[in-house]
Design a protein around this ligand. Structure first.
Ligand code: ADP
Ligand code: MG
Length: 296
């Protein structure tokens, strides 16, 4: 098959691993910088060029779209979809997953448990908004943040108020959540590929932090998920419509809570922690989805 990987940087671990996995399975794999893809749309016709030449003949595309290029990157992905190219994660699903508020609304509707979350716009309503949430500590997070950036802990109601005012002053969208203290600064990253949990790891925040993101210095280790945790992870990925997803769970007193569903989960931490060939597992799913067989 001919496979495109949409990624801004071919030297990123995840991108490199996907290229390796695809080529070793006999595919032609090309990394495309989404910002260098440009497109022509006309009645019933979709065309794309890359650095002056035409892009055609692709069987599958794997999006690895960073949060800084969500809009343009998903437009490129959508153009591929219009051209009939298979993707495990559709542009709509990627866009849904990027919006924390929208994701939580969709998950809660389907009966997925999550940290209680509030969201509001008008400054005069902040006191009542926090009343709706309950006692602090609270977690305040940017709606489109990633890798733990823009995720803050407020121990007191006055700090919640102050942080909310600061975010509002910057015109940033944010949600406020109950803090799940019993998670102890740890979370679970469940790596879902094609309706199965391909791998899972426990991530522990560094001393003095509550964010378990590996980019924030979290430490990863192997973990055995319970059946309930597996079911929740699979359902969350399915509700978001993602074929490849990193579902983050917190272990709480009332059971597993979904924090978020990532559409471009990193491969480095999970492959290191588990020793599994996740890139190969993703490629196998793409082969099955695109209905193609390796070229070799
Ligand atoms: P990001 O998109 O930046 O990764 P997350 O919502 O996943 O944002 O939060 C980052 C990390 O912060 C999580 O992995 C978890 O360790 C911690 N965290 C987030 N929300 C809560 C919460 N409500 N209670 C306890 N810890 C939380
Ligand atoms: Mg996260």
């Amino acid at each position: 098959m001919k496979i495109a990987i949409i990624s801004r940087n071919a030297s990123l671990y995840s991108t490199k691993r996907l290229v390796e996995a695809g080529r070793s399975r006999g595919h032609v794999v090309r990394v495309l910088d989404p910002l260098r893809c440009y497109m022509r749309i006309s009645c019933g016709q979709f065309e794309m060029h890359y650095k002056g030449s035409v892009l055609e003949g692709f069987d599958a595309v794997i999006p690895r779209i960073g949060s800084s290029v969500t809009f343009y990157g998903t437009a490129v992905l959508r153009q591929f979809e219009m051209m009939g190219v298979y993707t495990p994660n559709s542009s709509d699903a990627v866009l849904r997953a990027r919006d924390k508020l929208r994701s939580l609304q969709m998950l809660a509707r389907e009966g997925i448990d999550l940290p209680i979350t509030v969201f509001g716009d008008y400054p005069d309503d902040t006191a009542d908004l926090l009343q709706m949430l309950g006692d602090p500590p609270h977690v305040i997070k940017l709606n489109e943040g990633a890798q733990g950036q823009g995720v803050l802990l407020a121990e007191k109601r006055s700090s919640s108020q102050g942080m909310i005012e600061a975010f509002r002053g910057l015109y940033a969208n944010f949600v406020v959540q109950e803090f799940i203290g019993e998670a102890g600064g740890g979370d679970l990253r469940c790596f879902v590929v094609g309706g199965e949990v391909a791998a899972a790891m426990h991530r522990q925040a560094p001393e003095g932090d509550f964010r378990a993101n590996l980019h924030r210095g979290g430490k990863a280790s192997c973990v055995e998920l319970t059946e309930q945790e597996k079911t929740v992870a699979l359902r969350a990925a399915a509700i978001m419509g993602l074929g490849v997803a990193g579902v983050d769970l917190l272990r709480s007193k009332r059971g597993p809570l979904v924090l978020e569903v990532n559409a471009s989960p990193g491969l480095e931490g999970i492959e290191e922690a588990t020793g599994l060939d996740i890139a190969g597992i993703i490629m196998a799913q793409v082969e099955a989805g695109a209905g193609g067989t390796p070229l070799t």
